[in-house]
Design a protein around this ligand. Structure first.
Ligand SMILES: Cc1ncc(COP(=O)(O)O)c(C=O)c1O
Length: 457
């Protein structure tokens, strides 16, 4: 039982549909359900709707709730900090104890030597900040033409104009142009649907070589940076082949192009390492983070930059960029406590081991339309296909993944379909084997029943 009557719930849904413009929501779908699904509570890996029904959150919110929901100690530090100092600016040479501790802590964690941290309130702001840092770095070094940024197809970097210009996913650009000039995209690495028709292990890493070709095409003197999510998230939980990032780093260094890692999803344990790029032992020049830094308990983001990037800015005297909520005292307090929990409970290692259990169990479902179960740590996707032999996708009009997600919801799973009928499996890092049994059992039923109903049509 929930805390609301049916009449109250219907009224809330009506009001939501009348007054609320939802981000990235197909309005007709929501209306067809009778209104939004209203979530009232969260505990551990589960959420509860206003009807009183409990669901496993297969996506940890938007890939962010790493330590699980309902952590009293995070609420307590937020309350304490709000009472002590709810806000003060970090512009104009001001600071406060929590941001100093957090910057020092994050600097000691990132795979960048002597890193310095700039704070934001989320991923898009972190991305815009990173591109501005890259451009201003070359500008201050007297190389004003080095201002082009190369990203990848299937990338999601956010929706502010800089981040949107680096993003490359269907729908996100429609009607919003013109975008920021001098952003380019190379094909993303995707071994299952390889754009070059090659097989993992026997290819020439064409996906990495594409970066060198693009740099030569644009001219190395015109390229500021290459940016990538170490593991593509929203674009389908896509892990690059072995050797990819090592080759990317070589190409960037050779052509004096900065390597910017977008760790907004991967950072803080999601891939089974503290940061995604550590899976390949490669050092970026700049890194963006957000989401897992507070597990979503407070909106905080950040950018780590190397001493090399900082040097010309220091000489210039000012980084003329900042957000009102940069280094928010409450956000910094929550981030520090969240990182303490991640470390204390060994959640990064749990992410690695539970990810393996999860993928094994989904594979063991042995369903004829599961083409691939991919991922690393707890950033995973189940790729549904019409014909695994030929790696043939379902007709887009069938919206197969969306239908599976709808059925999964009826069974108690909050499951998100990604592009091309891939299903997102990225629960909180505290997930247990018993939770995985329940999740995979319901997932298997949802896929099999949807296939029985419409798959063969
Ligand atoms: C890799 C990546 N970068 C950036 C963003 C944008 O973050 P935000 O929505 O906090 O602006 C996201 C959001 O999902 C993301 O996945």
């Amino acid at each position: 039982m929930g805390n609301y009557t049916q009449a109250q719930i219907e009224q809330m849904q009506k009001d939501d549909m009348q007054y609320h413009l939802h981000p990235t929501t197909v309005i007709t779908d929501m209306e067809a359900w009778g209104g939004p699904r209203i979530i009232e509570e969260g505990s551990g890996i589960r959420i509860k709707s206003v009807e009183g029904k409990t669901y496993i959150d297969c996506g940890a919110g938007l890939w962010l709730n790493n330590v699980g929901m309902g952590r009293t100690e995070l609420a307590e530090v937020a309350k304490e900090q709000m009472e002590k100092l709810c806000y003060f600016q970090s512009f104009n040479g001001f600071s406060h104890p929590n941001v100093i501790d957090l910057a020092k802590k994050v600097s000691s964690m990132v795979p960048i030597d002597n890193a310095r941290i700039f704070f934001t309130s989320g991923g898009s702001e972190s991305n815009d900040t990173a591109y501005k840092l890259a451009r201003v770095y070359w500008y201050l070094k007297g190389k004003q033409t080095k201002n082009n940024i190369i990203g990848r197809t299937r990338a999601y970097h956010g929706v502010s104009y800089g981040a949107l210009s680096a993003t490359s996913l269907p729908g996100f650009w429609d009607g919003f142009g013109p975008l920021v000039p001098n952003f380019h995209h190379i094909p993303h690495p995707h071994c299952y649907f390889c754009p070059w028709g090659k097989e993992k292990g026997s290819c020439g890493l064409e996906c990495a070589e594409a970066l060198e070709q693009k740099i030569l095409e644009v001219g190395a003197d015109n390229v500021a940076a290459f940016t990538a999510e170490p593991v593509i998230g929203t674009g389908g939980a896509i892990v690059p082949p072995e050797g990819y990032y090592q080759r990317i780093r070589e190409i960037c260094t050779k052509h004096e192009v900065l390597f910017i890692a977008d760790e907004v999803i991967c950072g803080f344990g999601r891939t089974g390492k503290m940061f995604g790029i550590e899976n390949w032992g490669v050092q970026p020049d700049i890194m963006m983070m957000a989401k897992g830094i507070t597990s979503g308990y407070f909106p905080v983001g950040g950018v780590a930059l190397s001493a090399e990037i900082y040097a010309p800015i220091k000489k210039h005297g000012v980084f003329m960029h900042g957000y009102t909520y940069s280094a928010h005292p409450v956000g910094c307090a929550v981030a520090l406590k969240n990182i303490e929990i991640l470390e204390r409970e060994n959640l990064v290692e749990k992410s690695r081991t539970m990810g393996e259990v999860l993928r094994e169990q989904v594979r063991a479902l042995n369903l004829p339309i599961i083409g691939e179960v991919r991922g690393i740590g707890l950033i995973n996707a189940v790729q549904l296909v019409k014909d695994p032999e030929k790696r043939e996708k379902f007709d887009a009009g069938l919206a197969f993944g969306k239908k599976v997600a709808h059925k999964a919801w009826e069974k108690g799973l909050a499951l998100r379909p990604l592009i091309d009928d891939a299903l997102q499996l990225s629960p909180a890092l505290i997930i247990t084997e018993a939770d995985i049994d329940e999740l995979v059992g319901k997932l298997g039923e949802a896929i099999a029943e949807t296939y029985a109903e419409i798959g063969r049509s």
